[in-house]
Design a protein around this ligand. Structure first.
Ligand code: FES
Length: 568
C-alpha cells in the first residue's frame, strides 16, 4: 500500500505519522497495512446541494471499516452554484487543483469522492484523473421533485420560466416567493437534468460511480446504502489497484457522450468531459460530441428538454435503463469501479416507466437532436447549441445582430421599452467567456427583451461566449470560441450585421466580408485586465478556451501518485 511509506516507516518519521493520528482516537491496529481510504468531502453550508454530505460520508466510513480499510474523511473546497460570484466555474480548476494536491500529499491508498453541485463533480474527477489513485465517486443525489400549486416544478428550469412570466406581467412577486419555497423541499442538487444531474449520470456512465447511484434522490435511504457499498468497494479497488486511468478510457468517454445525448444532458458536459479527458491524455475533441451524438435520440423525458424530474428518472430505472436502450451504440466491455463490464450492468437493468425513459423506437426527440457543434467564421474553434432545448423553427434563422459587450449592458437595454428589437433579431452578448468575465458564467440563456416578452415572444436566437445552466432552455448558441476577450471574431460583430444560423448544416456565419473583418480586427483593442493579482489573475493568464475544456494550461495532464519526499 502507498500509505506504508508513512505508517510503516521506522524512526522519528514513523512515530510522527502514527502518533499524531492516534490523537484522534484511532488505535494502533489501523497502521497494520490495511488500505487507507480518503473520503474527500465537498460538504459546505455555502453549497446547499452538498450540505447533506457529512451523513453520506458516515455511510462510506461504515463500509470502509466493514471491508477492512481505514477511512479518513477530509474537507475539500466546495463550489456552490447559487451563491458564488462571479461564477462557480471560475473556481472549478482551483478546486481540482486543491483536491489533486491534497490526495497526493497525504497517506492515501484510494479515495471516495463526495460531490453534488455542478462543478464539484468535474473538479473531483479532474483531480482523481491527475493523481490516478483508485477512486469511486458518490454524488449526493437530486432533490425530491419541486412542488407548486399541485404540479411539479424543476429547479432552475422553472426559475427561468417564472422569470419570464414575471417580466411579462403574468406572475406577481408574491407568487414568485410562494414558488421558491416549494421548489427546494429536500436536500440534494437540482432535480432537473441540469449540469449536476448530467455530471452524476456521466460519472456513472464513465464507470466512476456504482451502477444506479446517480439517480437516487438525496433523501432516499438507497443513497446512503449506495454510499456504504462504495465504502466497501473502494477497499477492494485499493487492493486491486484499479485506477481512474484504466476506467476513464476513450471508450468510456464515447459512452458518456452517447448517454449525454440520450438523457438530454447539459451543454456544460462538453466542457467538463473535455477537461477530464485532458487530465488523462485521452484524445477527445469538440467534434467527437457532434459525431457520436448524431445517431442518438433523446430518450429521457426530463426538464429542461422534457416533462419529468430526477425522482421520476430514478423510479423509472435511472442510467442503467438508459444504457440498456442504447446497448447497440455503447462499448459494453468497458469496465468501471464494479470491476465488471458494463454489459453486466445493462443485463440487470429494467425500465419501469416508458414515458420517462422512452424506448429507442419511440424517442422523446429524434436522433440528432442533442448538442450540436457549430462551425463558421463567427466561431472558427466551435460553438454549441442544445437542440432539444431550442425552438425547432429557429434552428435555421437569419437575422440582424444586436450586440452587447456585457450582460449588464444587455440587462439595462432589455428593460427599455424603446429598445429597437424584434423577434427576428439575433441577440449577441460577448465578454462572458473564460477569460472575459472571467470564468464563463451561465448567462447564455439571458431573458428576452421586456417589450417582446409582453408581446408573447418566448424564444429568440441568442449568441454568446458564455455557458448556459444545464437547467436552461432556448435557441441559444453557447461557448463561441475563440471568445471575444481572446480576440475571436465574436469581438468584431457589430449591431446591424447579418448573422445566419443553420443548425442542421452545423454552421454559424457572420455575413461580413473577410476584408471588412480584417479592417475591424486592426482596430480592435483587447479589454483591459480586470485583475492584477491572485487566483483570478492566474486563471485569466492560463485558462484555455471552452473548446479545449477551459482547464488551466499547466493543469492539463497528470502527475500520478508517487509518494512525495519525506520532510521528517
Ligand atoms: Fe447546485 Fe443546481 S445549484 S446543482
Amino acid at each position: 500500500m502507498r500509505s506504508a511509506a508513512w505508517f510503516s516507516a521506522g524512526g522519528r518519521a514513523g512515530m510522527i505519522y502514527r502518533s499524531w493520528l492516534q490523537s484522534e482516537g484511532f488505535t494502533p491496529e489501523v497502521f497494520d497495512g490495511r488500505p487507507v481510504i480518503g473520503i474527500a468531502n465537498s460538504w459546505s453550508e455555502l453549497t446547499p446541494c452538498n450540505a447533506h454530505l457529512r451523513g453520506v460520508a458516515d455511510a462510506v466510513k461504515r463500509g470502509v471499516w466493514q471491508a477492512g480499510g481505514f477511512p479518513l474523511e477530509f474537507p475539500t473546497m466546495s463550489l456552490g452554484e447559487t451563491l458564488m460570484r462571479p461564477t462557480a466555474m471560475l473556481f472549478r480548476n482551483l478546486m481540482a487543483m486543491e483536491v489533486e494536491e491534497t490526495l497526493r500529499a497525504n497517506p492515501l491508498d484510494a479515495v471516495v469522492l463526495l460531490s453534488g453541485c455542478d462543478k464539484t463533480t468535474p473538479a473531483m474527477l479532474m483531480a482523481a484523473a491527475s493523481v490516478d489513485l483508485p477512486a469511486i465517486m458518490v454524488t449526493g443525489g437530486p432533490m425530491l421533485n419541486g412542488k407548486f400549486r399541485g404540479g411539479d416544478v424543476g429547479s432552475g428550469t422553472h426559475v427561468w420560466r417564472f422569470e419570464q412570466e414575471h417580466a411579462a406581467g403574468r406572475m406577481t412577486q408574491k407568487e414568485l416567493f410562494a414558488a421558491e419555497t416549494g421548489m427546494a423541499r429536500s436536500c440534494g442538487h437540482c432535480m432537473t437534468m441540469g449540469t449536476a444531474s448530467t455530471m452524476a449520470c456521466l460519472a456513472e456512465t464513465l464507470g466512476m460511480q456504482l451502477p444506479g447511484s446517480a439517480a437516487w434522490p438525496a433523501a432516499d435511504t438507497r443513497r446512503i446504502r449506495t454510499a456504504h457499498q462504495a465504502g466497501q468497494r473502494i477497499v477492494e479497488l485499493a487492493r486491486t489497484d484499479l485506477r481512474p486511468s484504466r476506467i476513464m478510457t476513450r471508450q468510456a468517454f464515447e459512452n458518456a457522450i452517447i448517454v449525454n445525448a440520450a438523457i438530454g444532458g447539459s451543454t456544460n458536459a462538453v466542457i467538463h468531459l473535455l477537461a477530464i479527458a485532458g487530465r488523462l491524455g485521452v484524445q477527445l475533441s469538440l467534434d467527437d460530441f457532434d459525431e457520436l451524438a448524431r445517431p442518438v435520440p433523446t430518450l429521457v423525458n426530463l426538464m429542461p428538454s422534457g416533462q419529468y424530474l430526477m425522482e421520476d428518472f430514478c423510479y423509472a430505472g435511472g442510467v442503467p435503463a438508459v444504457m440498456s436502450e442504447l446497448v447497440g451504440l455503447l462499448h459494453t466491455d468497458h469496465v468501471g469501479v464494479t470491476g465488471h463490464a458494463m454489459a453486466d450492468t445493462i443485463a440487470a437493468a429494467e425500465c419501469w416507466n416508458r414515458d420517462v425513459i422512452r424506448p429507442l423506437a419511440d424517442p422523446l426527440q429524434p436522433a440528432g437532436s442533442g448538442t450540436a457543434v457549430l462551425r463558421g467564421n463567427l466561431c472558427p474553434d466551435g460553438a454549441v447549441i442544445k437542440q432539444s432545448a431550442a425552438s425547432p423553427e429557429l434552428l435555421r434563422h437569419r437575422g440582424q445582430a444586436l450586440v452587447f459587450d456585457s450582460i449588464e449592458e444587455y440587462h439595462v437595454a432589455a428593460a427599455d421599452p424603446s429598445l429597437e428589437v424584434d423577434e427576428s433579431t439575433v441577440l449577441v452578448v460577448r465578454g462572458a467567456g473564460p477569460q472575459g468575465y472571467p470564468g464563463m458564467p451561465e448567462i447564455g440563456n439571458f431573458v428576452l427583451p421586456r417589450k417582446l416578452l409582453e408581446r408573447g415572444v418566448t424564444d429568440m436566437v441568442r449568441i454568446s461566449d458564455a455557458r448556459m445552466s444545464g437547467t436552461g432552455f432556448g435557441t441559444v448558441v453557447l461557448h463561441v470560441a475563440p471568445e471575444a476577450a481572446a480576440g475571436g471574431p465574436l469581438a468584431l460583430v457589430r449591431t446591424g450585421d447579418w448573422v445566419s444560423l443553420d443548425v442542421p448544416a452545423r454552421t454559424l456565419t457572420l455575413e461580413v466580408s473577410d476584408e471588412e473583418l480584417t479592417l475591424r480586427r486592426a482596430a480592435w483593442q483587447p479589454p483591459e485586465a480586470q485583475f492584477s493579482r491572485g487566483y483570478a489573475r492566474l486563471y485569466v493568464d492560463h485558462v484555455q478556451q471552452a473548446s479545449q475544456g477551459a482547464d488551466l494550461d499547466f493543469l492539463v495532464g497528470a502527475s500520478g501518485a508517487a509518494v512525495p519526499r519525506d520532510n521528517h
